[in-house]
Design a protein around this ligand. Sequence first.
Ligand code: UDX
Length: 404
Amino acid sequence: MDIDENKINSINKCISPVYEDGIEDILSKYNITATTDLAQSVQDSEISFICVGTPPNPDGSQDMGYIKSAAKDLSNALHSTVTRNYVPLDIGKNMPYGHTVVVKSTVVPGTTENIVIPALEEHGKKAGKDFGVCMNPEFLKEGTAVADFMNPDRIVIGEYNKESGDVLAELYKDFKCPILRTDLKTAEMIKYASNAFLATKISFMNEIGNICKALGIDVYDVARGMGYDGRIGNKFLNAGIGFGGSCFPKDVNALVAKSKDIGYEPEILEHVLKLNDEQPLRIVSLLKKHIPTLKGSTVGVLGLSFKPDTDDIRESRAIPIVNALLKEGASIKAYDPKAMDNFRKLFPQVGYVAPEDVLSSDAVLILTEWKEFDELDYKGKTVIDGRRIIRAKKEADVYEGICW
Ligand code: UDX
C-alpha cells in the first residue's frame, strides 16, 4: 500500500518504480499487487510492515512525520476493519493476533515504543491485546537488495511481547540464518550500531589511506594485509572519497543527534562524519596539483551515483565535488550509466556526455566504481581516481589515487 498512485500503477504493471536488480522478476512471478486502500490491505493481510522514509531534520535528527502518519492511518484501519482472527494458509494455525504491525523503517531507539504504539492505540485497540507489534530492521544494500533480502546474515526480531515475536518467527521460519529475538529498542539500536560501525570502518580506512598517501604506501595492499585477520574481516575496507547513499550519512547523523539529546557527546561518530565531509574535497586538491587554476578548464567526471549499480544520487560524494569544481569556475563533462537523469535535476549546467567525451577533458575524476569504467581507454589521459579503477591506474599518463 502506498499513497502515491504512480507507484501503485507501476507496481501493478510489474514495473518497479526504482532500479533494482531482480525486482521486476519478483513482481511478476509472485503476482504482487499494490493499492492505495490501506483499510483493504489491512483487512486482507495478517502483517503490515511500516516501510516509510525517515528523512533528516536540518539538525540531523529524524523527521518522524511519515512514521507517525503511517501509524495513525494504521490505527484507523485496524479500528474500521474486522481483522482476521485466524490465519488459514501456511503461516500457522496459532496466529496470536488477527493483525501484527511491524516497523521496518530505520528509527532511533525508543520510537516504536514511544511514538508508533501510542499512535496505533489512538482508536482504543491495545498493543499486545488486540494486535501484535514488532520492530524488524532491514540490512539490505541498494543494488543487491533482492539478493540481500533473500540471503540475510541475520534476522533481528524486536518484539513487544512473545506472541508478537512468534508471528514474525513463523513468517521467517524458512530462512537459514540466525534469528535473534530482542526487545523493541534493542532491535532499533542494532540497526544503528551496524550502520554506524560500517560507516566508521570506511572513514577509518580513508584516514589510514590519507596517511598512506603521504607516506607513499598503497592503502589497498595495507587493507589486504589487515583483512586476513578474522577479527577485522576483509569487507568494507575500500578507501576512497567516502560514503554516500540514503542510509549511512543519515543514520549516523540521527544517532549523533539522539546521543546529544540524552546528554552524551558521541566523539567517534562525529569524527566519522567530519572525515566523510572532507574526504571528497581532497580529490579537488589533488586535481589542483596538476591544474592549479581550474577556471576555464574542462574537468571530466566518471560516475555520479553514490555507488555502482544504482541510479541513486542521494548524498553521492559527486555532489560536493561537482559543487566545488563549479565554484572554481571549471566546466564539467560527466557520464554515469544510470544516474545522469537524476543528477541533471540538481546540476543542469553540467554537460552529460558519452564516456569517450568525458575522457577528452583536461583531466578526469573517477567518482564511482562502475565496472564499465574498467573498459575505457585511459592512455594519454590525466586521471584522479577516487574509487580505484585498475585500468586507469595502469594506463593513464598522469594518475593519482585519492588514498594511494
Ligand atoms: C547500507 C548498508 O550496507 C546496509 O546494510 C543498510 O541496510 C543500508 O545502508 P547502501 O547504502 O545501499 O547500504 O550501500 P553500501 O554498499 O553499504 O555503500 C554505502 C557507501 O559506502 C557507498 O557510497 C560506498 O561507495 C561506500 N563504501 C562502501 C566505501 O567507500 N568503501 C567500502 O569499502 C564500502
